[in-house]
Design a protein around this ligand. Structure first.
Ligand SMILES: [Zn+2]
Ligand SMILES: [Zn+2]
Length: 144
């Protein structure tokens, strides 16, 4: 875990084969209700923490990559299947950590719902702002 005083976040996949540390709090935390995120994570919704790429270090690595479109690449633990990260060509320099694998997830309440138009109709979470499609404008304008 945290052997670096600059570490503010730690985490691991389900089986523990992959761990990570981050030296920065998330720029924004967002639910994503899109079908791709549901399938990639197996959850009824996903939640991601937006981070600067250079602020996150994975051990021994970030896992196996799956990329169905040139714009999006996701990584997961090849041993247990935990969804770890997403990267988006239209959000350069950022990596999106799956909130569920972060040890401090209890402190990382999301601020927004992305792709609410694809939300499962029976799923109701809080009363945050909802964007029918991508939240990229909010994510890009978030303070660092
Ligand atoms: Zn694992
Ligand atoms: Zn999504």
């Amino acid at each position: 875990m945290a052997d670096n005083t600059n570490t503010v976040l730690t985490g691991r996949c389900y089986c523990g084969a992959i761990t990570f540390t981050a030296t920065q709090k998330p720029q924004v935390v967002a639910y994503c209700h899109c079908e791709s995120c549901r399938r990639a994570t197996g959850g009824v919704a996903a939640a991601f923490a937006a981070m600067d790429e250079e602020a996150v270090v994975f051990k021994p690595n970030e896992g196996r990559i799956v990329s169905l479109t040139p714009e999006v690449s996701r990584k997961f633990c090849a041993d247990c299947g935990s969804s770890l990260t997403g990267r988006y060509a239209y959000l350069p320099g950022q990596v999106y950590l799956s909130v569920g694998v972060i040890d401090q997830a209890a402190d990382l309440a999301p601020q927004i719902h992305a792709h609410d138009a694809e939300r499962l109709p029976w799923l109701h979470i809080d009363d945050l702002e909802r964007l029918a499609a991508t939240a990229r404008s909010k994510i890009n304008s978030s303070p660092k």
